[in-house]
Design a binder for this molecule. Structure first.
Ligand code: GDP
Ligand code: CA
Length: 337
């Protein structure tokens, strides 16, 4: 990476990605990221495989988490949904006995899904809808869905009552109703192989000065983005360096269910496991650099041997300043001094 970075592209899931983006935006604006212009443009390619239709509404959890977080509308304790939320709609639906009762849509949040669903019904694409919603939230980044096509992650779990011994549930049922406490046997991303990248996605990768894979779920957030035909090739061919940050610290995820998902796809739950799963660009993979937590310094050699520049630094995203420092450490891995 030479010269001034003007264009940054980040592949993001929900909470981990949104927190990272908050820190990155902070670092860009404060001018604390070496080599990055303070007016650099950040493009976010967000996972949409968590999306689903519920009570007649199209809900896009990762897009909304990024939009609400960067637009200062997020509930900071929950990490999803709107701040100062109320739950009258949920209570009323339950009073009618409408299933599923385990998926809560807050009253404020419902407005977002109503706008989105009406626009989709009127023929707008998800990209267009996202742009319209961002007019209100002004996230300070360009937020793109990975695809405008319908893609939904499903998880196979054991079911002794079924002839096959398995039952398939939507990602949201696995996460929200089952709280990821049942073993995930396989992950199937319905529609992924036929999806096309949303307008601007490939250009955002091939035209970037730097691409970042933030600490997002490597299977059901980043993995699904990489699975959209064309995106992996764009990452492999972009002249920009690609650097990632481990979502696994000390062989555990920080929040969420990366452990369950990595187990389902047979990848070791470790910083090195995830880094080498993404792989080196010099060896059919997507990474030039991979940052691991200071407690995982023992993983550095494995990652380096795989052909990926690697260092160990603190990776807990405590506040935007700390996260910006983490982003700077990641960039330093792929910067030509
Ligand atoms: P989701 O869509 O809401 O699950 O969010 P993401 O996929 O973007 O991010 C979830 C991942 O972020 C999990 O695997 C966590 O381990 C990781 N994560 C959350 N907080 C932190 C943190 O402070 N540091 C690091 N390194 N990873 C984190
Ligand atoms: Ca998600």
């Amino acid at each position: 990476m030479v010269g001034t970075v003007q264009k940054l592209t980040v592949l993001s899931g929900g909470m981990g990605g949104a927190r990272f983006l908050e820190g990155l935006r902070h670092g860009v604006r404060a001018g604390t990221l070496p080599g990055v212009a303070s007016d650099a443009e950040v493009t976010v390619v967000a996972n949409t495989a968590d999306d689903w239709w519920i009570h007649g509404l199209k809900v896009c959890p990762d897009l909304d988490t990024v939009m609400y977080t960067l637009g200062d509308g997020i509930d900071p304790e929950r990490g999803w949904g709107r701040r100062e939320e109320t739950w009258s709609v949920k209570g009323e639906l339950a009073a009618y006995g409408v299933e599923p009762t385990w998926f809560g849509l807050g009253d404020r949040d419902v407005a977002t899904h109503l706008v989105r669903t009406q626009m989709l019904d009127a023929g707008y694409t998800l990209s267009e809808v996202t742009e319209a919603l961002c007019q209100r939230w002004q996230p300070g980044v360009r937020l793109l869905p990975m695809t405008d096509d319908r893609v939904e992650t499903h998880i196979a779990i054991a079911d002794p009552d079924s002839p096959s011994g398995q039952r398939v549930v939507h990602f949201q049922e696995y996460w929200v109703r089952l709280r990821a406490q049942v073993t995930a046997e396989t992950v199937a991303v319905v529609g992924l192989d036929r999806a096309t990248p949303a307008p601007g996605v490939l250009e955002a990768i091939t035209g970037a000065d730097l691409v970042i894979v933030p600490p997002s779920n490597p299977v059901v957030s980043v993995g699904t983005i990489l699975g959209v035909p064309g995106i992996r090739d764009a990452l492999r061919s972009t002249p920009a360096p690609v650097v990632g940050i481990s979502p696994i610290i000390g062989r555990r995820h920080v929040r969420g269910m990366a452990e369950q998902m990595l187990n389902a796809v047979g990848v070791e739950v470790s910083a090195a496991g995830v880094g080498t799963m993404y792989g080196a660009r010099s060896a059919e993979g997507i990474l030039d650099g991979w940052l691991v937590d200071e407690s995982d310094a023992g993983d550095v050699a494995t990652v380096t041997e795989a052909g990926i520049a690697c260092a160990a630094r603190p990776l807990l995203m405590a506040d935007p300043e700390t996260t910006a420092a983490m982003a700077a450490d990641a960039m330093a891995l792929v910067t030509t001094p």
